[in-house]
Design a binder for this molecule. Structure first.
Ligand SMILES: Cc1cc2nc3c(=O)[nH]c(=O)nc-3n(C[C@H](O)[C@H](O)[C@H](O)COP(=O)(O)OP(=O)(O)OC[C@H]3O[C@@H](n4cnc5c(N)ncnc54)[C@H](O)[C@@H]3O)c2cc1C
Length: 491
């Protein structure tokens, strides 16, 4: 008889773990509290607009291809992927914007026009970033990170200095570039990692390689197409997905999880349990005291990645001067980063991001309309109220109108807000985090919450609060890593 695995949560990590375990011969059931799978990447439709609720940047296409290839499939079996060009646009002020071209020689021309003489530096920067990306993907991200010993390999130790773990990305970028615009452009990908660029290791310039060399992609129909593809693959592999089943308790005895109990009292016997919901929730709410991996003090001392304030907007006209991905960097970048990370508070002058997928994809908005997703990254754990949401709506809409030179508010026909309180109620997110646990040096690899329980032998964790970290590609990998661990120990 195949061993029964119960996976809690149908986000990317849960779906990935489930498919990998089913392919390894386990009998897998996923229990998901929401009525739609995908977790933070769910999608919904309102007034003819189709909104992706979370991720919008498809980066690192190699990771998705590798994921589907494990099952003899390709991403194109499930969705049509296109490369965006420009990859994105950065607005620095009214009429002052940079379009980031997908093509490398156009990108170099753009750098040269902003900072003459910067092309050789860009090449050097991307060469180093490529090295980090390749070593990181080959040597680091697939490790279960039980202990430091996994990293005590000469190849890894000797690469540490070249990986620039001990210098900041801010210093690294500023050593090469002088233009504040280029600096902000290169620092932006780490804004979501959980620390200021001054405190983020230069290792993470690997994200600039992912951005500038590997490109920004989009699955037609929306990011949710990835979820649909993963669900249909999981189903093909025999995984059972039970939606609307909120897990309330993992009943364990003698150091083994035995039964998973849901909100309506249903019991799911399990030989192995995979916690793919937010780690903090599983550890502190679903287990009895004495079976938890970490104390309340431990969790309080963790640095969480940011939360965000989101607006899903339906606009009854087409907008000018925007593209698919738009970054509004007309305010002080470091000041906003300090308001997120150093002295957490609602930012006075936030940067923000607008995704307009209807610029690429006619299926996500009615004809002649625009689909907008507005995101302000903010500190986790802040007080969130209707008045605050209203204040920031006015603030960003007014800036959007000024920077793009048109009225928008009067054409908004649909609006939904989403912030801390929703992250808590929809996903049981610790402090209302959006992106999980921050990727700081002290929360890297074996210093992250462990993927295996220390007290319940058949309980494992996966997802953006454990290894390798936040983001869609890392969550896919996290599911693979945990499945591999389970297969090794329990098959
Ligand atoms: C607004 C936003 C924008 C983002 N943008 C990007 C981006 O552009 N690119 C990118 O790569 N990444 C992005 N991310 C990050 C990325 O979405 C996440 O890292 C990833 O989706 C996390 O997947 P996960 O499986 O770990 O967690 P989740 O997606 O949260 O999945 C966990 C699941 O567990 C379920 N659950 C919780 N408690 C229970 C329970 N008791 N019982 C049953 N089920 C339960 C939840 O409902 C959820 O479905 C973004 C995230 C957000 C929020």
């Amino acid at each position: 008889m195949a061993k029964k695995v119960v996976v809690i949560g149908a986000g990317f990590a849960g779906l990935s773990a489930a498919s990998n375990l089913a392919a390894a011969g386990f009998d897998v059931t996923i229990l998901e509290k929401n009525t739609v799978p995908g977790g933070r990447a769910r999608q919904y439709t309102a007034g003819g607009f189709v909104f992706d609720m979370g991720p919008s940047w498809y980066w690192m296409p190699d990771v998705f291809e590798e994921y589907f290839a494990r099952f003899g499939k390709k991403a194109s079996d499930y969705y049509e992927l296109i490369r965006l060009d420009p990859s994105y646009v950065v607005h620095f002020g009214p009429g002052d914007r940079l379009d980031i071209p997908a093509n490398m020689s156009d990108l170099e021309s753009m750098f040269e026009s902003v900072e003459p003489g910067s092309v050789p530096k860009l090449r050097e920067f991307l060469r180093e970033a490529e090295y980090k990306y390749r070593v990181g993907m080959r040597e680091f991200v697939h490790k279960p990170s039980h202990s430091i010993l996994e990293f005590m390999d000469w190849r890894i130790v000797s690469s540490l200095f070249r990986l620039q773990m001990f210098t900041s990305i801010s210093k690294h970028i500023r050593r090469l570039f002088r233009s504040e615009k280029l600096i902000q452009l290169l620092e932006f990908p780490v804004l979501f990692l959980g620390a200021t660029p001054q405190k983020t290791p230069a290792l993470y310039s690997l994200m600039n390689y992912a951005d500038m060399a590997l490109g920004t992609w989009y699955p037609m129909g929306g990011m949710y197409k990835i979820v649909e593809g993963m669900v249909s693959l999981a189903t093909e592999l025999g995984v059972r997905l039970e939606l609307g089943q909120e897990v309330r308790h993992i009943a364990a005895a003698d150091g083994m999880a035995r039964v998973v109990v849901t909100h309506d009292g249903r019991e799911y016997p399990a030989d192995i349990v995979v916690g793919a919901a937010d780690y903090h929730h599983i550890d502190t709410r679903l287990l009895d005291a004495g079976q938890r991996n970490y104390s309340a003090r431990y969790w309080e001392s963790r640095t969480m990645a940011p939360s965000c304030l989101l607006y899903y907007l339906g606009v009854k006209k087409r907008l000018q001067n925007i593209r698919h991905h738009n970054l509004f960097f007309d305010e002080d970048f470091s000041r906003h980063a300090r308001d997120i990370y150093e002295s957490p508070k609602w930012p006075e002058k936030p940067l923000f991001y607008v995704c307009a997928p209807s610029q690429t994809d006619p299926t996500v908005a009615p004809e002649g309309c625009e689909n907008l997703f507005v995101l302000i990254p903010v500190a986790p754990g802040l007080e969130d109220s209707p008045a605050i949401r209203e204040h920031y709506y006015d603030l960003v809409m007014q800036r959007l109108e000024t920077l793009t030179g048109q009225s928008v508010r009067d054409a908004v026909v649909y609006r939904r807000d989403f912030a801390h309180a929703d992250f808590v109620s929809e996903y049981h997110a610790f402090k209302g985090n959006a992106y999980g646990l921050a990727n700081t040096l002290m929360q890297t690899a074996f210093l992250k919450p462990a993927l295996k329980s220390k007290r319940v032998r058949n309980l494992y964790y996966t997802g953006q609060l454990t290894v390798p970290g936040p983001g869609v590609p890392p969550s896919l990998i996290s599911g693979q890593v945990v499945a591999q661990e389970i297969a090794q120990h329990w098959k």
